[in-house]
Design a protein around this ligand. Structure first.
Ligand SMILES: NC(=O)c1ccc[n+]([C@@H]2O[C@H](COP(=O)([O-])OP(=O)(O)OC[C@H]3O[C@@H](n4cnc5c(N)ncnc54)[C@H](O)[C@@H]3O)[C@@H](O)[C@H]2O)c1
Length: 86
């Protein structure tokens, strides 16, 4: 199954997205600086502590992911499955 990158995953909305993805068997990678978010809020997968403005770290993250998919597409499919909408 695809690994999904969640930016801001240690924050309010992001941590719920990480939890929902994890509970549904998705592999998750969280990227957060974390200026506002908290490590303890990331319940699934790894947390990369870096700023989105850090091009070098972003480059490494994208390079190491074997498969990247558009997060929004994954989320739509997930919400469709979980909430039975669309
Ligand atoms: N009711 C509550 O208890 C509660 C708690 C938190 C937030 N909220 C509300 O929900 C809204 C939406 O929450 P949200 O999840 O969009 O915001 P958030 O601030 O909770 O999450 C944003 C995340 O992005 C991270 N981040 C910010 N800039 C970054 C950067 N440059 N690089 C990497 N990471 C970065 C932060 O560390 C944080 O973890 C908030 O604006 C607030 O109004 C409510």
């Amino acid at each position: 199954m695809a690994k999904i990158l969640v930016t801001g995953g240690a924050g309010y909305i992001g941590s719920h997205v990480v939890k929902l993805l994890g509970e549904n068997g998705y592999e998750v990678l969280t990227y957060d600086n974390p200026s506002i978010g908290h490590k303890w809020a990331v319940l699934y997968g790894d947390l990369i502590k870096a700023d989105l403005a850090n091009k070098e770290t972003l480059r490494k993250v994208f390079k190491n992911l074997s498969l990247m998919q558009l997060c929004i597409l994954q989320l739509l499919l997930l919400f469709q499955k979980v909430l039975k909408i669309l």
